[in-house]
Design a protein around this ligand. Structure first.
Ligand code: MD3
Ligand code: FE
Length: 202
């Protein structure tokens, strides 16, 4: 475990927190999750297809479709979500909190051209718990805004092995991914980026 910690607007980014061997281990465990719970391209409530593909592990998973955004106890195929891998849970204990386990491990996959518009994460019942985010693969330009939509923003690159901790007031900030530097990492042989977030939902 190496690298410095950068703090922007209360968002803590532990640069290169995971060494390449640990990144490979997490990636292997994510492949097992994705075999049991395939990635899907969610539709927004307004009927637009998201460019990011998603799946989840844990007691519940995050879903978006014409009915809205929510957490569900089963994958859209009807199967319960797989367990959160130990290699990922141990990062929650280290960077998140030890008094509670996360309910959801949301897995976002960014292929070429995928992005995520500015949004706030507010589908969780109690937002006083932190969110822990793990970046793997190609670097992403992460934009951090304010507690309300609009206003000034600051951007920072998230690289493979970086861990971001969103706690306290930072948990409420608007944020998004502007773009991926496709092919910038060799972790995923066909390129792309994976972001894993650990969340307490209810
Ligand atoms: C700031 N994911 O899944 S991770 C998301 O890289 C999400 O896939 C982005 O935004 C991604 O909701 C950004 C960093 C992150 C995650 C959760 C946050 C930043 C956050 C929650 C509150 C504030
Ligand atoms: Fe988010």
């Amino acid at each position: 475990m190496t690298g410095k910690t950068v703090v922007i607007r209360g968002v803590e980014i532990h640069k290169r927190a995971l060494d390449p061997r640990y990144q490979e281990r997490v990636l292997d465990d994510l492949r097992t999750v994705v075999r049991a719970a395939p990635l899907i391209s969610p539709t927004t409530p307004r009927g637009r297809k998201m460019s990011v593909r998603m799946t989840s592990a844990g007691r519940c998973g995050w879903i978006s479709d014409r009915l809205g955004y929510r957490y569900e106890p089963v994958h859209p195929d009807g199967q319960p979500w797989p367990d959160i891998p130990e290699s990922i849970l141990s990062l929650w204990a280290r960077y998140g909190c030890s008094s509670r386990m996360p309910d959801c491990c949301l897995i976002n996959h960014y292929g070429q051209g995928a992005r995520m518009g500015m949004h706030q994460d507010n589908d969780e019942r109690d937002m006083s718990w932190p969110v822990v985010s793990i970046s793997l693969g190609d670097s992403a330009l992460f934009r951090i805004g304010n507690r309300e939509r609009g206003g000034s923003t600051e951007s920072i690159w998230l690289d493979s092995g970086d861990i971001a901790v969103l706690g306290g007031a930072a948990r409420m900030l608007y944020h998004g991914i502007d773009r991926i530097e496709f092919g910038s990492s060799r972790l995923l042989s066909r390129g792309g980026r994976i972001n894993v977030t650990l969340r307490v939902v209810d």
